[in-house]
Design a protein around this ligand. Structure first.
Ligand SMILES: [Zn+2]
Length: 69
C-alpha cells in the first residue's frame, strides 16, 4: 500500500482523498492562468478560503478575461 503524491506536494493514501480543481494563478510572466491540480483536502480548503478555486468554465473565462457575447 503506497501513497499518492498530490500536486500540492502532500501525500494521500487513497485516490478518493484527492480533489481535482482549477486554480486561479499567475504564470511566470505574471499573466493570469488556470492551473489544474489534484490537491489534498487541507490544501483544497486553503485554496477555497483564499478564493482561488474556479468552479466552472464561466469562472475560468472570467479569470482569464475571456468574454463571450
Ligand atoms: Zn496538500
Amino acid at each position: 500500500m503506497g501513497f499518492i503524491r498530490a500536486t500540492c506536494g502532500h501525500e494521500v493514501e487513497n485516490i478518493d482523498d484527492l480533489k481535482t480543481v482549477a486554480l486561479a494563478e499567475y504564470s511566470r510572466l505574471n499573466q493570469r492562468c488556470v492551473s489544474r491540480a489534484s490537491v489534498c483536502e487541507s490544501c483544497y480548503q486553503t485554496a477555497e478560503l483564499e478564493g482561488r478555486i474556479l468552479y466552472d468554465q464561466d469562472q475560468e473565462n472570467k479569470w482569464l478575461g475571456i468574454d463571450y457575447d
